[in-house]
Ligand binder design. Sequence first.
Ligand code: NCD
Length: 318
Amino acid sequence: MKHILHTQSFDRGYIGEIFALTNKIRELRKTFEGLEHLSNVLKHRTLYSFFYQESTRTRLSFEEAGETLGMKIRSTTDAAKLSSVAKGETLEHSIRILCEYGAAAIVLRHRDEGAADRAAAVVEKYGYTTSIINGGDGVGQHPSQTVLDVFTVEEHAKLPEHPNFLLLGDLEHSRTIHSFAYYIPRHYPRVKITLVSPPEIRIKEGILEHFKEKGVEFEEVNDLNSVIGDADVIYCTRLQKEYHKDASLEGAMKNGFTITTDVMARAKKSVALLHPLPIVDEIHREVDDDPRALYFKQAGYGLPVRMAMLCHLFGVKL
Ligand code: NCD
């Protein structure tokens, strides 16, 4: 795989290879010798992190991942304001410049859905070797997040034969949900997917069509209480306020789409609670101390998982 654009291009074989590399990296990072070894594997390659939108985890973990593997890191944190984009440069021109500099990979975060595809199209049109990694394209996708999400499930969840994955929150605009939803049926063919959101921000039709094509059992509900007890995995997301202006949705999310300690008391003892972060109001702070709340571990896996994805892109075996 040359570019990482969306999770429809992932299969179990790819994810299995990434997880094997991730576990190897976790071991190597424990020792000085291991770190020394890692620090040479992508030496003399440059990683550009080109972020038009705010980010904490994705940018910092990709940069840390690249640096731990010996890459040079060049980073712009607010490309819309601080790079030539502010003067009117197109995404296509900016990408060509980074390719001309010899970028081995560009991690791109952009407000527009399809931005990473546009960047990859530039690379292919002009025959560059650069890899494009989609670090979140508007309301589109966030594929590397899915890899660490599934890694977290595999590490911590004890799933039954027919696991029930409950997706909660702003299902329409959350790119992490979109990436997760496209991949999950491929990894867990016997999954049931329960979609819980205010009706105004239900999941996109295209994803429901995907479930139908894959023969995945799913249901859409707007009452969390009636389904919480059946969930094996809960994947919760915040209201993506930056993509819509409907202030009434904030009230709607608070009434019935929030994870509280009472809600957790009704969930299975074995449930795995995931969230891509940042959490705003959709999970109460007291829930952070519930051992079933995995979101800090989940974020932490972002580092070795993204190191593994970089190694895989460049064919490094370790
Ligand atoms: C997510 C994103 O940017 O899509 N954050 C992340 O990368 N972990 C989730 C969000 O902003 O809600």
